[in-house]
Design a protein around this ligand. Structure first.
Ligand SMILES: *Cc1c(COP(=O)(O)O)cnc(C)c1O
Length: 380
């Protein structure tokens, strides 16, 4: 499978034209239950749509193929995938290490829910392998990595962090949402699990919420499958269809996102209103060398700190016209947001609090000249 190129897998893996009708695309099987040929006589393994359904199954095979893994599981959201992973790997009394700038929802789930169930966590900077090693405890069972992180775009060295986790007998998961499997392949670099919010680049059109877990570890996948069915956070067939439809163009979109982001970075870097541009493609970025090694390109996410503090950041967010003020990222359309007041509000007052002069851009695939003009006028 992995001898084929990325886009060939993205477009074909997991599905052959339907033998009966010739349908080139996966049909949306709106059926909650499936007829049996005698008691226990399932056709093609389907009995009830929470357990498995013929639209979701090709998506799961496709997700595995594009991440270069053996097993894929699709969920109703990225957080549902996160919840499944945490409950599959951790038990009361266990400890995990999380990025000190983790996605706000990941931090909230771990801090507010899993702490109550007796699971301890330590935030650590993923860009500092020694700091992560120092945070390991005898009961550390999981190292949670995001790279690039959200919203500060810090880079973690997946290969080195995998070695740290495995030396300690812990598992390592990489939230690969920001890079997408086109730009970065965590399993090939040693990670046990690649996790996605498919809501973002994989879906790619801001029209579906979903999540995914991909692994080569059959024992882990069996646990994922058990909880996927047992807890039931599954995507419906229409969601699975939309996600597959998005994945087909992932490579094209990621190239254009990266092209446009590089141009925005150039503009911001020379602008008088800007304090600092944060983008792993910049030679000045502390993670640039590692990112160059483990990523194909640097993606569509750009963060920027403005001179003039919080008010300047809020003003910038409210003046753009093509960049839409909204949470989320990874869609074809450009979005802008203020992490401190929006996506990362739940980190206020914690170690994970983000700077208030920070603005995050999800650079879309519109015409670069229009995006540049929009940013220029909004900065004033
Ligand atoms: C959005 C996001 C999530 C959560 O995914 P949902 O689909 O919104 O539940 C997790 N991690 C990262 C990095 C994200 O951007």
């Amino acid at each position: 499978m992995s001898e084929q190129g990325f886009s060939t897998r993205a477009i074909h893996a997991g599905y052959e034209p339907d033998p009966q009708t010739g349908a080139v695309n996966v049909p949306i099987y709106a059926s909650s239950t499936f007829a049996q040929d005698g008691v226990g006589g399932m056709r093609n393994g389907f009995e009830y749509a929470r357990t498995g359904n013929p639209t979701r199954r090709p998506l799961e095979a496709n997700l595995a193929a594009i991440e270069g893994g053996a097993f894929g599981r699709a969920f109703s959201s990225g957080m549902a995938a996160t919840d499944c992973l945490l409950r599959s790997v951790l038990r009361p009394g266990d400890h995990l290490i999380i990025p000190n700038d983790a996605y706000g929802g990941t931090f909230r789930l771990i801090d507010k829910v899993f702490t109550e169930w007796g699971i301890e966590h330590t935030p650590a900077p993923m860009g500092d392998v020694d700091a992560v090693r120092a945070a390991i405890r005898p009961n550390t069972k999981l190292v949670w990595v995001e790279t690039p992180t959200n919203p500060l775009l810090n880079i973690g060295d997946i290969e080195a962090l995998s070695a740290v986790a495995h030396d300690a007998g812990a598992k390592i998961v990489v939230d690969n949402t920001f890079a997408s499997p086109y730009l970065q392949q965590p399993l090939a670099l040693g990670a046990d699990v690649a996790l996605h919010s498919t809501t973002k680049y994989l879906g790619g059109h801001s029209d579906v919420v979903g999540g995914a877990l991909v692994t080569d570890d059959e024992e882990l996948d069996t646990k994922f499958a058990f909880l996927q069915n047992g807890a039931g956070a599954v995507p419906g067939p229409f969601d699975a269809y939309l996600t597959m439809r998005g994945i087909k163009t992932l490579a094209l979109r990621m190239e254009r996102h990266s092209d446009n982001a590089e141009k925005i970075v150039d503009l911001l870097s020379g602008h008088a209103a800007v304090e600092r541009v944060i983008y792993p493609g910049l030679a000045s970025h502390p993670g640039h060398a590692v990112a160059s090694r483990q990523m194909r390109r640097f993606g569509g996410m750009v963060s920027v700190r403005l001179k003039g503090g919080k008010q300047a950041a809020l003003d910038f967010c409210s003046r753009t016209t093509i960049f839409t003020l909204a949470e989320s990222l990874g869609g074809v359309e450009s979005l802008i947001e203020h992490p401190g007041a929006m996506t990362h509000a739940s980190t206020a007052g914690s170690e994970l609090e983000v700077p208030e002069d920070l603005v995050r851009l999800s650079v879309g695939i519109e015409d670069a000249a229009d995006l540049l003009a929009d940013v220029e006028q909004a900065l004033g």
